[in-house]
Design a protein around this ligand. Structure first.
Ligand code: ADP
Length: 193
């Protein structure tokens, strides 16, 4: 199995790249942001609980996210060559829970691929995405700033966690989508060797 984490600040292009990587390497793409938006659309109890956190640019509580990811993995019957986590883990507690979950399945994270993009570029990208995405959390500069602050304070430590396991690969997240995809693929191919 090949299990990867695609990591980076909000708006760093994780979703775009994750879809392509999942296809090329036959991985199951697990995006907690997409799962939460589906819950919101379905107006489920989980969706209603998550909404106020998302709208404020805060993180949804760890137990909600961990439960959601583990249910999704258990509910997946298709044969996959591995998992590609996108937007998860976002806190130290989520990283520890993920490590345990994979260990129970007799597998582990092989690499964390971190896309590096400046805060200025991120704000521009998210505001542009907000014009068409229909995501209310993409339209307000104050909420975007809050998401970036949460990223630095709560999510950056996740890279430290995997740094200690020597699994972090940092890559430039600015440039064309194709160029970034190619550099991600060559990093993944090296991991597989
Ligand atoms: P982005 O990377 O652009 O911030 P996502 O789609 O990954 O977008 O996430 C949107 C929102 O959903 C986040 O701002 C957060 O409120 C919530 N969210 C997504 N994933 C997680 C997670 N792993 N832990 C906590 N909250 C999450």
């Amino acid at each position: 199995m090949l299990n990867l984490i695609l990591f980076g600040p909000p708006g760093s292009g994780k979703g775009t790249q994750a879809a392509r990587i999942a296809e090329r390497y036959s991985l199951l793409h697990l995006s907690t942001g997409d799962m939460l938006r589906e819950e919101l659309r379905n107006e489920s109890a989980l969706g209603k609980e998550a909404k106020r956190f998302i709208d404020g640019g805060h993180l949804v509580p760890d137990e909600v996210i961990i439960g959601m990811i583990s249910d999704k993995i258990d509910a997946t019957s298709e044969e996959v060559d591995g998992y590609l986590f996108d937007g998860f883990p976002r806190t130290q507690a989520q990283a520890e829970a993920l490590d345990k979950l994979l260990e129970l399945k007799g597998t582990r994270i092989d690499g964390l691929l971190a896309l590096e993009v400046s805060e200025d570029e991120i704000t521009q990208r998210i505001l542009k995405r907000g014009e068409s995405s229909g995501r209310s959390d993409d339209r307000d500069p104050d909420i975007i700033r809050n998401r970036f602050r949460v990223y630095l304070e709560e999510t950056a430590p996740v890279a430290e966690h995997y740094e200690q396991q020597d699994k972090v690969i940092r890559l430039p997240g600015e440039g064309s989508i194709d160029t970034i995809f190619e550099s991600l693929c060559s990093a993944i191919d090296k991991l597989e060797d």
